[in-house]
Design a protein around this ligand. Structure first.
Ligand code: SAM
Length: 868
């Protein structure tokens, strides 16, 4: 947060002020404007859903861009002040209530566009923030999949992190076209980027895990090729190529659920079968009917039995637990219980008890009902407390691991401090967990240095959790160990059948080994660094709500850039592209005359006079004109419309010697050319460098033309305020290289120019010279007349001519006599009544006191003169 405050001022950039000027509530508005400018999705949308909409600048943009009577709904955790033409409400987009509220607002409509600009609260570690943001993205995508119309558009902000690629993969499964972009208004220092996903495929059915961060991110991660795995695990398992079992030529296998309850090898069944059915044939198995009626046989169990191939670890555990319960109901006993029930253990049971852990035996019960009931209750209680302890321990263990992995940037901050299990409290299905199959003892997943701390912590936590004795704890793990062992053997069987699974496991193992060997991270340092940068990155401008600017000064409102205008059916970008010279002879490519040559030149960063430049020079594209007769004001070349300062200007063919007479305003279009080419003068070091490069062949015309089609060339400046454009012109333009020789040459040139009198002085001098010349001409004529006059004596003639010359000389130094301004004393009859009576010509009303003072001064001056 400190970082945010420190940078608060710097964050108030031009978009902030522009937003303020245009009345948008946040500068984020420009992001939507720029995204829409590029992809034009708002104009064609009639229904829009804005997830995480506060303070509402995107809603403002949507409301003014979408067609009238469009339905625009916005939701955010924070309240949104009402915006005309939009419906807003306050809720968490991850909640079910939010979903039903949206449904209520949309009624039968489907959204054409869903936009999401959500950002989690900042202040935690970078990875954690990024993860929460990704979580938000998934939540918004979930809503989008529910409310988007087929072929609709989903626009979302994503913070670049290791999970961005996974998100992109998910987007690509759901949308026809997915593009990543960063609008210019998004700060470069921000890790945010935007995905514009178009062409929603609207799948009829979507596995909810697809949009669950734990599964979604884990799945995509596993899909990545791990080359290291190949290095560290070069051995190849031999493939089994036996083919079909004898007499079994189908790939779909099912058995009655009661068989699963009775079997001694449930894992084998779960691994090989596709379904456990509950069908009851006439005269069929009573166990099957009883099983069907058992309260433990819940709908969830039935669903799991329906397709065993799609189940995960959690579901398998569920089925195995269900089987154990059913076996108890049916009177089967486990080995451990046989120890408790000393009366009824059979020899067969004992033999089975020596076998592998978890092996069960059928026991013939002979206890009376009461004892059995007590035993049942005791056992259930034990099981319950064991399960609780186990859950707690696993939570702790998981959190510790996640924290370490998080610090190592090896994982996302999955549910730290929240819930380690799945959304419904279960484990992540695809979580890696190594199991010691034979001993049923679970190995630590994370190894080496990384887990040293957590492992001991875990132990501590485990100790704290202990409520009973150590023996009790061991018993408590029994079920877990059995399940893990069973699941492990199931996994192995599956892997034997499925090469992909095997490869995945190998990769994960290799990764684990790499982690073990890796010793290079400095957790503290790393963490500190990322935290700092993360905050800077994640504290995005969007929180800068203008509405509450007084409070934090960071909030802004935005104004949209002008809408993209289409020219001749082409988008603005396409139109400007086809306006290039190479397309000019091709008909039907937009409006040929829409842009003048000069404008084109200007767009490419060159300011030239279209009429005076030859085509070659246009191609040279290095010229911006400056008339030598024009003085310094023109030299400080104003930036053109595109923000490029003029670098070279045309000169007229004016000779320096005649500069005094050259004060008439130049008509640029009438500038002469030298040998059919415009007379070019170079006035900036960049232009000089460019000219040098051209002259020495270091660059070519084509290269130059290419360079001028840059990202600054085709900006839409319509409707933008002057100050904004000025700022753009100053800073958003290509930086051209300058060589020192060029800089020196320009300096020299400017020094010479500065030494010259300024234009007005030269003009005045020229006018004076002209007047004198005219007067002398007149004088000459008069003198000639006098000289010819016969009546006058030679002396008179000489006197007359001398006096004429003296007059002319005097007159040349004098300005025309201005008519005297009559000073009138304000007051009396002259008080406030327009022109004073009897006064003709110019007059000036003055304060009576002032008039008196002036007269007094004059008198005093006269007296002084007289004394002298
Ligand atoms: C960058 S702002 C959005 C700015 C908005 N696009 C605009 O133009 O004004 C991010 C918003 O996400 C919201 N947000 C974060 N988590 C949310 C959640 N779980 N549900 C709803 N809104 C959430 C925050 O309250 C915050 O207002």
């Amino acid at each position: 947060m400190a970082i945010q405050k420190k940078n608060a001022k710097a964050r108030l950039d031009k978009y902030y002020y522009l937003a303020k000027e245009k009345g948008y509530r946040a500068r984020a508005a420009f992001k939507l404007i720029q995204l829409n400018k590029k992809y034009s999705f708002l104009q064609s949308s009639k229904c829009l859903l804005d997830l995480c909409a506060a303070p509402g600048s995107w809603l403002q943009v949507a409301a003014e861009t979408m067609p009238m009577k469009s339905l625009i709904v916005g939701v955010d955790l924070a309240p949104i002040k009402p915006i005309p033409r939009t419906i807003t409400f306050q809720d968490d987009i991850t909640s079910d209530r939010c979903r039903s509220t949206i449904r209520g607002h949309l009624k039968t409509w489907k959204a054409d566009t869903v936009v999401h600009d959500g950002a989690p609260n900042v202040g935690t570690a970078w990875v954690q923030d990024a993860f929460s943001q990704n979580d938000l993205v998934l939540a918004s995508l979930k809503l989008a999949t529910e409310f988007l119309a087929p072929n609709g558009t989903f626009v979302t902000k994503v913070f670049r992190s290791k999970d961005s690629a996974k998100l992109e993969w998910i987007f690509k499964q759901l949308f026809g076209r997915v593009e990543q972009t960063k609008p210019p208004s998004s700060r470069n220092v921000s890790a945010e980027t935007f995905y514009v996903c178009r062409g929603f495929k609207a799948p009829k059915h979507l596995d909810p895990r697809f949009l669950d961060s734990r599964y979604a991110f884990a799945e995509v991660e596993a899909a990545a090729v791990n080359n290291e795995a190949k290095v560290f695990n070069p051995e190849k398992k031999k493939r089994k190529r036996e083919g079909y079992e004898e007499g079994d030529y189908t790939q779909f296998h099912e058995v009655a659920a009661s068989d699963f309850i009775q079997t001694q090898d449930p894992i084998q069944m779960l691994g090989n079968l596709n379904r456990l059915h509950f069908r009851q044939e006439a005269n069929g198995d009573i166990a099957q009917a009883a099983l069907d009626k058992l309260p433990e046989t819940t709908q969830e169990i039935r669903d799991c039995c329906a397709d065993l191939r799609v189940l995960g670890r959690k579901e398998f555990k569920l089925l195995l637990r269900w089987r154990l319960k059913a076996r108890e109901r049916f009177g089967f006993r486990q080995k451990k219980e046989d120890h408790i029930s000393t009366e009824s253990k059979t020899n067969a049971g004992e033999e089975a008890g020596e076998g592998a852990v978890g092996e069960e035996v059928a026991v013939v019960e002979s206890m009376d009902d009461e004892m059995r009931l007590q035993e049942e209750i005791k056992r259930m209680n034990e099981m319950q407390s064991k399960t609780k302890r186990k859950e707690r321990r696993r939570e702790n263990e998981k959190k510790q691991k996640e924290i370490v992995r998080l610090q190592m940037h090896m994982t996302t901050p999955a549910d730290i401090g929240i819930e380690a299990g799945g959304p419904d409290g279960g484990d992540a299905t695809f979580r890696l967990k190594d199991v010691d199959k034979d001993g049923g003892v679970r190995r630590q997943i994370t190894r080496g240095r990384m887990v040293a701390g957590p492992a001991s912590d875990e132990k501590k936590a485990g100790e704290e959790d202990e409520e009973g004795s150590a023996d009790e704890d061991e018993d408590g793990d029994e079920l877990e160990r059995q399940l893990d062992g069973l699941y492990d053997s199931f996994q192995e069987r599956r892997e034997d059948r499925d090469t992909k699974l095997r490869a995945k496991r190998t990769r994960l193992q290799a990764r684990g080994e790499n982690e073990e060997e890796f010793e290079g991270f400095d957790n503290e340092k790393d963490g500190a660094e990322t935290d700092a940068s993360s905050n800077a990155d994640l504290v995005e401008d969007d929180e800068e709500s203008l509405g509450s600017e007084e409070e934090d000064g960071d909030q802004i409102m935005t104004k949209l850039q002008p809408k993209e205008t289409k020219q001749g059916g082409l988008s603005g970008r396409a139109a400007s592209f086809f306006q290039q010279d190479i397309f000019k002879d091709i008909g039907g490519l937009g409006d040929d005359g829409a842009e003048s040559e000069v404008e084109r030149e200007r767009d490419s960063g060159i300011d030239v006079d279209s009429e005076s430049l030859s085509p070659e020079l246009k191609a040279d594209a290095s010229a911006v004109s400056m008339d030598e007769s024009d003085s310094e004001d023109e030299m400080v070349a104003e930036p053109d419309g595109e923000g490029e300062e003029s670098e070279v200007e045309e000169t007229t063919a004016v000779d320096n010697d005649a500069e005094d007479e050259d004060w008439e305003e130049e008509d640029r279009s009438a500038r002469p050319e030298r040998e059919g080419r415009p007379n070019i003068d170079i006035i900036t070091a960049e232009a000089m460098t460019l000219a040098h490069a051209l002259a020495t062949g270091k660059t070519s015309k084509a290269q130059l033309t290419d360079d001028n089609f840059n990202k600054y060339s085709h900006r839409d400046t319509d409707g933008l305020p002057e100050w904004f454009l000025d700022d753009e012109n100053k800073h958003s333009r290509p930086q051209r290289p300058v060589i020192s020789e060029a800089a020196k040459a320009i300096k020299e040139k400017q020094r010479a120019l500065n030494a010259r009198p300024i234009k007005k002085v030269r003009e005045a001098k020229a006018r004076k010279t002209l007047r004198t010349a005219r007067r002398l001409e007149k004088l000459k004529k008069k003198s000639e007349g006098l000289a010819e006059g016969g009546d006058m004596s030679e002396k008179d003639k000489a006197n007359n001519i001398a006096s004429l010359m003296a007059k002319a000389k005097k007159g040349a130094g004098q300005k025309k006599n201005k008519k005297a301004v009559k000073v009138v004393r304000a007051g009396g009859v002259n008080k406030g009544a327009g022109r004073p009576r009897g006064v003709k010509g110019k007059y000036k009303m003055v304060d009576p006191r002032l008039k008196k003072d002036v007269r007094g001064e004059k008198r005093a001056a006269k007296k002084m003169k007289g004394k002298k």
